[in-house]
Design a protein. Sequence first.
Length: 245
Amino acid sequence: MSKLIIANWKMNGSVEQIERDVSIYAKCIYTNNPSVILALPNIYLYIASQIKNKLGAKFSLAAQDVSEFINYGAYTGEISATMLKELGTKYLIIGHSERRAYLNETEDSLVNKIDNALNEKITPVFCIGESKSIRENGKYINFLDNQLRILLQVKSSFDKLVIAYEPIWAIGTGVVPNGEQICEVLKLIKAFVQNYLPHAKITALYGGSVSGVNAYEILNLPEVDGVLVGGASLKPDDFISICTY
């Protein structure tokens, strides 16, 4: 398997579920792979890391967010990239539309988070996506381009970068863009990186209502390097089905 499959659990899970599901993924040939990435709530990363090490599993771990502040300090409630690295975190989801909307993440905070991840050799998974109204008004290309330009403010250099296109109108709705729409945006992403960040190895993902039913078709589109999975990642049977593409 060469394409990235990221399970974004969001604010879900329990100790029991983590222990059960992570053990299942560690023993399954389709999910016991470095290209399968479990993005768990931070409080469960230690448990997942312990299970991973005990069973000698090959899947990777990701965090769903990181502090914009560096290393250590008087930042109550924050978790730094340095701390996440200690838990074996290889990837970091940054800029998800839910965090932008509900937690008012700013461009400056996103830049700082990306810098912090890169400084710890953690690969950012940078999310972009437009609303339904922006899509229908035909302004989505400019909107997505502006979101990508946040990357040009990052001080650290990119060796590799994962960018996930998650149209807001597709997240959790069951509505999925057609293949032409997905490929159009992923081509835009790859062209942007080639033009402005030519030394970075780019992996372009699609996310938004990915399921066991549609994953095969999406993953076999020519521009798709992987998928970011939401709700379906909470059900082992569904997630394993996605990983068998």
